[in-house]
Write a protein that binds this ligand. Structure first.
Ligand code: ADP
Ligand code: MG
Length: 549
């Protein structure tokens, strides 16, 4: 096929502009992105090769090769992965495959990408990081059963495609380094960068250099493996440093902070697997960007990467957890669909879930400050579990913190402490949900309880009104919204008779009100509107109204 020149999609052009013009510091991430793409490509072909050996073409000595050419000022990254057809090249390198690119660009400004370039990797724009260091990029690639193709661009507006004469499956990316980026030709720089980002990568990363034989003066190529290739989750805990855990966490989460908790263990017995999980402290950027309700752990079977979209590995309400699960009990050569159905995954999920909940409970006990930060960032997600995970409802409830009438604004309590402080005659856990503390703390609903010295939990997370009622009870104590239904001890039959006439009059006057009742719940206010026990709370009604329902 003849050479053709194509335009980048508009959004991509903007993105390239952003990448090439604003991201000078931390440019080294380009190497991580290209190496991780090469590793992905190898994982893909290896996985497909499990059911279709032909695609391997006899090449399964997996390897990622780096080669620097000082004279030409080029750095080449090649792999024997899955390669790309002409169509795939156009699709993958000419557009941003992920949706919401515009949204990304808006968020990119907001997130100050300039100072947080490691965020780039999260948006499927990793490849374009090349243009941080290169003024010209050439990709030569060949997929099984397709012709080799060459893609070339200087990162401004367009790219060209032409035929290439590569015969083996795989991809070779050549970066023509910018004048101020020639440090990446340096052996030491390359090695230390690879060590930093890709040491634990499962596939060997090798550096090709030409050395002159001292005696014969003949130039010869030397191949040196740079990464230790030790999958970190397979190593004994005692040998892994916090830095190593931290680097790995950053690699899989694209978070810039260290995790709040690291969970690393071997499950043995009925099911055997290794898990390395991280609980973030803050929301990584990708979580702020999308509302994907699913959890995405990386699943390996016998060290072979299978995927990160196995829904039943961890429930959605723990989707903030990042990490790796490696099982040798799962079958390797079955399709993803069949694997997804494997009952073993349910067992793994149960085990992981209880580990994560236990770890959080422990964090609450041992490092309350850190736990509060976690809670601030993730409790809204965690609470979804009250609705979806009945088995662990109480454990989840134990991890929730709430404001309360007995605490200063901003200070929190929890169900356990609440129940502990309840007086003997108090049967129910009282709460009031609303938009913010200021709007509910002087509510007439609270008058009686305040006067009686009873604590009421003030729930001000918008999701509370939806999920807290699902909990129903905690440690045998019923949950009671103080703005709904009758309240304890309201036996006013005598008085009702006395005020019969007035009640009838008020009912006529307040057209639309279901019932008019006497109450002892008020101390200062004259009247208050109360919902039925089963009714929507006024707060939900207000939210629905705002959403146009
Ligand atoms: P992401 O890796 O997040 O998908 P990238 O911008 O890094 O985004 O890469 C875009 C796409 O280009 C990849 O999804 C992949 O399909 C393709 N690609 C990039 N590098 C390679 C490679 N070395 N071999 C095969 N395909 C590749
Ligand atoms: Mg990538």
């Amino acid at each position: 096929m003849a050479e053709e020149t194509m335009q980048f999609k508009t959004e991509l052009e903007q993105l390239l502009h952003l990448i090439t013009h604003s991201l000078y510091s931390h440019r080294e991430v380009f190497l991580r992105e290209l190496i991780s793409n090469a590793a992905d490509a190898i994982d893909k072909v290896r996985f497909e090769g499990l059911n279709n050996e032909e695609i391997l073409e006899g090449h399964s000595d997996w390897k990622i090769t780096l080669k620097a050419d000082e004279e030409a000022k080029t750095l080449t990254i090649s792999d024997n992965g899955i390669g790309m057809s002409r169509e795939q090249v156009i699709e993958n390198l000419g557009t941003i495959a992920h949706s919401g690119t515009k949204a990304f660009l808006a968020k990119a400004k907001e997130a100050d990408l300039e100072n947080n370039p490691e965020l780039i990797g999260q948006f499927g724009v990793g490849f374009y990081a090349s243009f941080m260091v290169a003024d010209d990029v050439t990709v030569v690639t060949k997929a099984h059963g397709a012709d080799a193709v060459k893609w070339e661009s200087n990162g401004t507006g367009e790219f060209t495609l032409s035929d290439a004469d590569k015969t083996e499956r795989g991809t070779e990316i050549t970066l023509h380094l910018k004048e101020d980026a020639t440090e990446y030709l340096n052996e030491w720089t390359i090695k230390s960068t690879v060590k930093k980002f890709s040491d634990f990568l499962e596939h060997p990363v090798v550096l090709l250099t030409t050395k002159k034989d001292e005696e014969t003066e003949v130039e010869e190529e030397v191949e040196e493996q740079i990464n230790s290739q030790k999958a970190i989750w397979l190593r004994p805990k005692s040998e892994i440093t916090d830095e190593e855990y931290g680097e790995f966490y950053k690699h899989i989460s694209h978070d810039t902070n260290s995790p709040a908790e690291t969970i690393h263990y071997n499950a043995e017995g009925a099911i055997e697997f290794k898990a390395l999980l991280f609980i973030p402290e803050h929301k990584p950027f990708d979580m702020m960007m999308n509302n994907d309700p699913k959890s995405h752990l990386n699943l390996y079977v016998q060290r072979v990467f299978i995927g990160n979209d196995f829904e039943n590995l961890l429930p959605g309400y723990l989707r903030f957890v990042k990490g790796v699960v490696d099982s040798s009990d799962l079958p390797l050569n079955v399709s993803r669909e069949i694997l997804q159905e494997n009952p073993m995954l349910d067992k793994i999920r149960k085990n992981l879930t209880s580990r994560v909940l236990k770890t959080l409970a422990n964090l609450k006990k041992t490092d309350y400050k850190e736990f509060e930060i976690f809670h601030e960032n993730f409790s809204t997600i965690l609470k979804e579990g009250l609705q979806s995970d009945w088995e662990n409802k109480e454990k989840i409830a134990d991890l929730l913190l709430f404001e309360s009438t007995n605490k200063e604004a901003g200070e929190k309590t929890c169900f356990a402490d609440y129940v502990e402080n309840m007086s003997d005659d108090q049967e129910e856990i009282l709460y009031l949900a609303g938009e913010n503390r200021a709007s509910i703390e002087n509510s007439p609903y609270l008058e009686k309880f305040k006067a009686d010295g009873k604590e009421v939990l003030l729930m001000i997370d918008p999701i509370d009104d939806f999920v807290i009622p699902q909990l129903m009870e905690y440690k045998g104590k019923k949950l009671k919204a103080v703005n709904k239904g009758d309240i304890d001890g309201d036996d006013l039959k005598e008085e009702e008779k006395e005020f019969e006439g007035y009640i009838g009059y008020a009912k006529d006057l307040l057209n639309g009100v279901k019932e008019v009742k006497l109450t002892s719940r008020l101390k200062d206010s004259a009247a208050v509107l109360v919902g039925d026990e089963m009714s929507m709370s006024p707060h939900i009604e207000e939210m629905m109204r705002r959403m146009g329902q």
